[in-house]
Ligand binder design. Structure first.
Ligand code: GTP
Ligand code: MG
Length: 226
């Protein structure tokens, strides 16, 4: 079975090279989606061996969708999503992908809650937000996740059936809602998580935290009421 990795990246020149090199030890095909970076992210990613594509429209989901569009030209069997800020341990890609390769699951979420975290890697607001979101998913769709972690693996055919649409921070929760709603075989595996390299854009800022929280809860509400 073939695998590919999608890494959305916005101004991650300090970390993206290390992420790409480490991930490529496990998966040869790495697509970095440069989300309009104003630094050397694209150049560093290319030098590290990634295939770099561009998405001008800002937003985590918009970047992921662009990566999928690129892979669709020659679809892999499994897609793994990894953040570009070195918070995820690139070696955990192996653990997260394994159940899909074995045929035991179609979506695997790397859970930072079940795994070990460097102190301060997840803010108290993130821990609470994750708990709230996963609790709402369990109450509404009866599937128990513990995290909305960015490190995840999904079978290509499953991803296509999901018809993902969110262009922002609702991306991770949308995928889990659709998986729960449609009875996709899901698993969680513990993953490690550490403090990011470079400047925090979302969880470490008041604006980012509120925006992500609002978008995540709105996404849950929209699907729950359907
Ligand atoms: N903030 C942000 N990140 C993006 C965007 N597009 C792609 N990314 C990338 O998506 C990944 C996750 O974003 P992060 O900024 O790390 O979000 P976070 O982990 O919630 O919070 P911090 O690490 O504290 O900033 C990183 O690899 C970003 O570079 C975007 O439009 N906004
Ligand atoms: Mg981060």
């Amino acid at each position: 079975m073939s695998s590919a990795v999608i890494i959305p990246a916005l101004n991650e020149e300090a970390s993206i090279g290390r992420v790409v090199v480490a991930v490529r030890e496990h998966v040869g095909r790495v697509v970095v989606v440069d989300n309009g970076s104003t630094d050397a992210t694209a150049k560093v990613a290319r030098a590290a061996g990634a295939h770099v594509v561009h998405q001008q429209e800002r937003g985590y989901g918009a970047a992921c969708l662009r990566g999928i569009e690129e892979l669709a030209k020659d679809p892999p069997d499994v897609v793994v999503f990894v953040d570009g800020d070195f918070s995820d341990h690139p070696d955990d890609v192996v653990e997260v992908r394994a159940p899909v390769l074995r045929g035991d699951a179609d979506l695997v979420i790397g859970s930072r809650v079940r795994g070990t975290r460097e102190r301060g890697a997840l803010t108290p607001q993130q821990v609470f937000g994750n708990w709230l979101a996963t609790t709402l998913i369990r109450l509404r769709w009866n599937v128990a996740f513990t995290d909305l972690g960015p490190l995840r693996a999904v079978r290509w055919t499953t991803l296509m059936q999901m018809q993902m649409t969110d262009r922002n921070y609702g991306w991770t929760v949308e995928m889990q809602i659709k998986a729960a709603r449609d009875g996709v075989r899901c698993l969680e595996v513990p993953v490690r998580y550490r403090r990011r390299i470079g400047k925090s854009k979302v969880s470490g800022t008041v604006k980012g935290t509120i925006m992500a929280g609002v978008i995540i809860l709105r996404t849950i509400a929209q699907h729950a009421l359907r």
